[in-house]
Design a protein around this ligand. Structure first.
Ligand SMILES: C[S@@+](CC[C@H](N)C(=O)[O-])C[C@H]1O[C@@H](n2cnc3c(N)ncnc32)[C@H](O)[C@@H]1O
Length: 324
């Protein structure tokens, strides 16, 4: 079911998930593993990089000023707005983390009787002109949820929510992972994405309510009741103005350091989550994840890095925040 507010209504990866906030890395803050070997092996695998992957990387690189692209630009042509040299970061670049394995993706079958990823055959390239196509960040997200399945089941969540569900790939997978047991809702600021999430849920026999809104605006009855909250945010550093463009740009345009959308949500997390609730977020190195951890610490949240992958030049993290 689709509601509108405002306008109208998973070759698995192996990694050591016991990361902790490290004080300094080359004079900068960052994460490192407790053992010093995060050994991320055999990252996942996608047959080939999608157009969406490419467009998003193009945006990232464009704004980081790392690479020249000869093809058509999708939005603003302004120059770099992000600093990655000599600033805060995770320790992914340390030798101990060395994650340079080729990207491969198992498309079916699971060793632990976990569900296969949602069937997305109902969507095609035309849909992905308006909605974020599942990419390496989405795949890492569902792999991290798979890895955390015992924790998630132990939580016995009554209410699970994804903010920014896009195609509906991740929230549909979470529902499947939890045997459709509980109440599942997702939101998206892009109305076409909201409708697409509904289509994906239906296509996969998942019960999902979808609301076209920003974050959880207008759904006050959920406040304090969300046991699992997911967000794969627009994290690409861009000029701030790009955030307002809406449409497909809302999938990646993250403003300064790719943090502007993320930083609006962080202060709301403690009001959204139930006492036992947890929050999973996708971050990239450019977002200065250690700063995000520090912000959440002020709200008495602990954290754990439950997924890490280097895909192209992007260092992707899935960080879980929880109270106890
Ligand atoms: C990187 S895409 C992730 C899509 C999907 N969750 C996935 O992992 O494949 C980010 C999504 O967040 C949505 N979004 C951006 N800002 C939002 C906001 N303030 N509230 C709700 N959704 C938002 C975008 O429209 C987009 O669908």
């Amino acid at each position: 079911m689709l509601y509108s507010i405002c306008q109208s209504s998973s070759s698995s990866i192996e990694y050591d998930s016991s990361f902790k906030l490290n004080s300094k890395i080359n004079g900068t803050q960052g994460f490192s593993s407790e053992q010093g070997t995060n050994g991320v092996t055999a990252p996942i695998s996608h047959d080939k990089s999608s157009d969406r992957d490419f467009k998003k990387k193009k945006m990232l690189f464009k704004h980081l000023g790392n690479i020249n692209f000869n093809c058509q630009s999708s939005s603003s042509s302004s120059s770099s707005s992000s600093k990655i040299n000599g600033t805060q970061g995770f320790s992914g670049e340390q030798g101990s983390n060395g994650v340079a394995a080729p990207i491969r993706r198992r498309m079916s079958g699971n060793s632990n009787d976990l569900p296969n990823e949602p069937n997305m055959s109902h969507l095609g390239s035309k849909d992905y002109q308006n909605v974020y196509e599942p990419a390496q960040d989405s795949f890492l997200f569902i792999d991290a949820l798979k890895k955390d399945v015992e924790y998630l089941k132990g939580l016995r969540p009554l209410v699970a929510v994804e903010i920014g569900s896009g195609s509906g790939f991740v929230i549909s997978y979470l529902s499947m992972l939890l045997n459709n047991d509980g109440y599942f809702l997702s939101t998206d600021i892009n109305p076409i994405a909201a409708m697409t999430s509904t289509r994906t849920a239906t296509h996969n026999n998942v019960r999902l309510d979808v609301v076209n809104t920003s974050f959880l605006s207008g759904i006050d009855r959920l406040l304090g009741n969300v046991d699992v909250l997911l967000f794969n945010p627009p994290y690409v550093p861009t000029p701030s103005e790009e955030i307002e463009q809406g449409g497909i740009a809302a999938s990646w345009a993250g403003g300064i350091d790719g943090r502007e959308v993320i930083d609006k949500l962080l202060p709301q997390i403690s009001n959204i989550l139930s006492e036992k609730g947890c929050f999973y977020i996708v971050l990239v190195e450019e977002n200065k994840p250690a700063e995000v951890v520090a912000i959440m610490k002020k709200y008495n949240f602990k954290h754990k890095v439950v997924g890490y992958r280097q895909a192209f030049n992007e260092k992707l993290y899935i960080v879980k925040f929880y109270r106890s």
